[in-house]
Design a binder for this molecule. Sequence first.
Ligand code: ATP
Ligand code: MN
Ligand code: MN
Length: 305
Amino acid sequence: RKDVPEIIDNRGADDGAVRLTHPDRILWPRQKLTKQDLADYWERAAVFALPFIANRPLALVRTPDGIDGEQFFQKKISRGFPKQILDLELEGEQLIAIDGLDGFQALAQMSAIELHPWGSSIEDISAPDVIVMDLDPDAGLDFEDVIQAARDLRDALKSVGLTAFCKTTGGKGLHVVVPFQPELGWDEVKAFARSIATAFATSDPKRFTDTLAKKARKGRIFIDYLRNGRGATAVAPFSPRARPGATIAMPLTWTQVKPGLDPADYTIQLSEKQLRAGAAAWKEYFDVQKKQRITAKMQRAFKSI
Ligand code: ATP
Ligand code: MN
Ligand code: MN
């Protein structure tokens, strides 16, 4: 993945609705899914995804020539972006955001398949309101091991009073997500996420590591807490992936997080009804976010394990 933006002249679309150019361009070759299919997906999914994505700094994975072509990981607007994609400057940083449903159509027009928000809103980019614990299994582990890890993480968080949510990533792992009031800084929140990863790696070193290096992963799950620093991102709920299978990151109920769960079942071809079930799985998310706080006691709890 490169940081070089591709130039598309889309200024003609700046007069109202987003115009989709090259709708037949193939993005996912194996399924023959096109840019039009991506736009159609967002027609169904945008209303469910918007609460998790609107008004947050976004990194995009763009694949103008489809997922087998070059992939651009892009954090700043470049030429030709439709006006529905906001070009913000906050705390001296240039950031991308969307604030409405047509933002998704604009992103599809830019072949921005993956949407990766920061852990904070643009209202205060110095105060995160969510932790994403990213479970990254070593190649060769069974997905059932990841499922059990997510459940163990949920239980540990519950034991200190935190409610967590789970989503597929559309890839190999799972994300355990903890929303809370935006009142701490990045360093504190990341340190808390790290202490959880370290507690798991220390108490069960056969199953877990808190070390990024691939060699530490041998047969283990890396509890990737690094998604939680300033400027770090994790794939958004409902975001499609630029990966084989045209998978999406799907919000789940904890009842779904059990053997038999297959992330490949959740793709951009899901119906509106199936997507609505994803939204329903996380329906408590924003209530929990309003109530939940990371206290000093919780921070001490994981440090002492
Ligand atoms: P999986 O379940 O397969 O691990 P994932 O989305 O968790 O899927 P990771 O590789 O664990 O994928 O995490 C990659 C994360 O790193 C992405 O969520 C993204 O937000 C972030 N990231 C940072 N820089 C880049 C980059 N240059 N290219 C891709 N992702 C990047
Ligand atoms: Mn991951
Ligand atoms: Mn990771």
